[in-house]
Design a protein around this ligand. Sequence first.
Ligand SMILES: [Zn+2]
Length: 92
Amino acid sequence: MAEFRRTEAHATVTILGVSLGVTPISEVSCLNCRQPVDVHQPDEGFPERMLGTCPHCRAWYLWDFDVDSNNAVMVLLPDNHYFKRVAGGTGA
Ligand SMILES: [Zn+2]
């Protein structure tokens, strides 16, 4: 059975408002390396909430997308080790 250890911390993230215009969200580039980002829709019931992953530099993004206005908020998450460090190790 999984055991959970709760840790509360504040993280600094980069948040960008994006006006996509006619640009498909799948053509938005990574903020770190300017390569195309893979866009994932984890829940079909929430098409406005997506994840972006960069296959080149491994950056992760949250997308909060407004399907009516074609505007979005793009959040660059901390690096992949950040949350493990905050939790105090490997998670074990
Ligand atoms: Zn990248």
